[in-house]
Write a protein that binds this ligand. Structure first.
Ligand SMILES: Cc1cc2nc3c(=O)[nH]c(=O)nc-3n(C[C@H](O)[C@H](O)[C@H](O)COP(=O)(O)OP(=O)(O)OC[C@H]3O[C@@H](n4cnc5c(N)ncnc54)[C@H](O)[C@@H]3O)c2cc1C
Length: 290
C-alpha cells in the first residue's frame, strides 16, 4: 500500500467520510487518491488490480453511504477530470465535473436538455452511473456516449451500450467513467435560465439536514415517498438517523448518525413495507462497506 504515492502523487490519508459524503456519516478512508491524468489513473488502477486492493470511485458522495469503521481500500476522486468542451450542440464533460457546472456551461452555450437536472447534487461520473434524473428527465436522455476505463483500456460506450435503467446503468464493477458526451439541442438562454429557476423552486421543499436524496427506487409506478408518508414514517428516528419530516423518501442525519443507524432504519422501513403492504423496496443509494 505504501507504493500508492508512487502511482498517484496526490494522496490524502485517514480522511473522514463525514467530509466526503453529503450525509456526513462514516468512519475514515485510509487512502484518498486524486489522479491528475488518465495515465496516472491507469497506472494506479493497474497497481491496485495487481495487488488485489479494492477501490471505490467517489464523486460528490451524494448517493453513497460510507461504512462506520475504516475503509481499507482506496478511494479515487476524479476532481481533476473536470474539463468541459462544447462543439455545435455537443458537450464533452470530464467525470469529475460537477453537474451544476455542466448545466451552467450548457445554458451559457444556449444548449437545452440539462436544465431539468438543476439542483441535483453530484458529479458527471456519479450522475451517469446512477442515471440521475428528476421530473421527466434522466441522464440517459442526453448522454451520447461515455469514455470508460475498463481493465487496462479506455473504451467508448454508446448510449445503448450503457444499458441505462431507472436510476441504474450497466457499467461493470471496476469500470471507471472518465468523461461523457452529451447531445443537446439549441435553446434560448433566457428561457433556459427561467426554466432553471422554476426547477430550483420545485426543489425548495427538500430537507435541509444532510442526506443522500431519495433512499429507495420507485417501485412499479408506486411513489415510495407517498407510500411511506401514508404509513406515517415521517419523523421515525433510529439514533441520529431520521425519516425526513418534509419528504418521507429521504433519511436525514439529524445528529451524529452512524451508518448503522441509517441501515437499521432502512431495514425497519423495508420490513414494515413487506409485512404490511407486501412491497419489496429496493435501495437507490450505494453502500461503501469495509
Ligand atoms: C439533497 C439531495 C437531492 C438529490 N436529488 C436527486 C434527484 O433529484 N435525482 C437523482 O437522480 N438523484 C438525486 N440525489 C442523489 C445524487 O445526487 C445523485 O445520485 C448523483 O448523481 C450522485 O452523484 P455523485 O457524484 O455524488 O455520486 P457518488 O455518491 O459519489 O457515487 C454514486 C455511485 O456512482 C459511482 N461513481 C461516481 N463517479 C464515478 C465514476 N467516475 N466512474 C464510475 N463510477 C462512479 C460511485 O462509485 C457510486 O457507485 C440527491 C441527493 C441529495 C443529497
Amino acid at each position: 500500500m505504501n507504493r500508492i504515492r508512487y502511482y498517484c502523487k496526490n494522496v490524502q490519508k485517514n480522511v473522514s467520510f463525514k467530509n466526503l459524503t453529503s450525509i456526513k456519516i462514516g468512519g475514515k478512508a485510509k487512502y484518498v487518491t486524486f489522479p491528475n491524468s488518465e495515465s496516472e489513473l491507469k497506472n494506479l488502477i493497474a497497481y491496485l488490480n495487481k495487488r488485489k486492493i479494492k477501490y471505490y470511485v467517489l464523486g460528490n458522495g451524494s448517493n453513497t453511504l460510507a461504512c462506520d469503521g475504516k475503509y481499507k481500500g482506496v478511494i479515487i476522486k476524479l476532481s481533476s477530470f473536470n474539463s468541459l468542451y462544447c462543439h455545435k450542440n455537443f458537450i464533452h464533460a470530464g467525470a469529475g465535473c460537477t453537474l451544476a457546472n455542466l448545466i451552467k456551461f450548457a445554458i451559457t452555450n444556449s444548449l437545452a436538455g440539462l436544465e431539468e437536472a438543476s439542483g441535483i447534487p453530484g458529479t458527471v461520473g456519479g450522475a451517469v452511473k446512477m442515471n440521475a434524473g428528476a421530473f421527466n428527465f434522466e441522464m440517459a436522455k442526453v448522454v451520447r456516449g461515455v469514455y470508460v476505463l475498463r481493465e487496462d483500456n479506455i473504451v467508448y460506450l454508446k448510449n445503448k451500450e450503457c444499458k441505462f435503467g431507472y436510476r441504474s446503468s450497466g457499467f461493470l464493477d471496476g469500470d471507471i467513467i472518465i468523461s461523457a458526451d452529451f447531445k443537446l439541442s439549441g435553446g434560448d438562454q433566457k428561457e433556459l435560465l427561467k426554466r432553471q429557476q422554476e426547477v430550483f423552486g420545485l426543489r425548495k421543499s427538500l430537507p435541509k439536514y444532510p442526506s443522500l436524496g431519495s433512499v429507495f427506487k420507485r417501485q412499479n409506478g408506486i411513489i415510495v415517498s407517498k407510500l411511506l408518508d401514508e404509513m406515517k414514517f415521517k419523523g421515525v428516528t433510529f439514533g441520529g438517523a431520521m425519516v425526513s419530516k418534509e419528504h418521507a423518501g429521504i433519511i436525514v442525519n439529524v445528529g451524529d448518525a452512524t451508518s448503522e443507524d441509517v441501515k437499521d432504519l432502512i431495514n425497519y422501513i423495508k420490513k414494515r413495507c413487506f409485512l404490511e403492504k407486501n412491497i419489496i423496496l429496493e435501495e437507490e443509494i450505494k453502500f461503501l462497506d469495509n
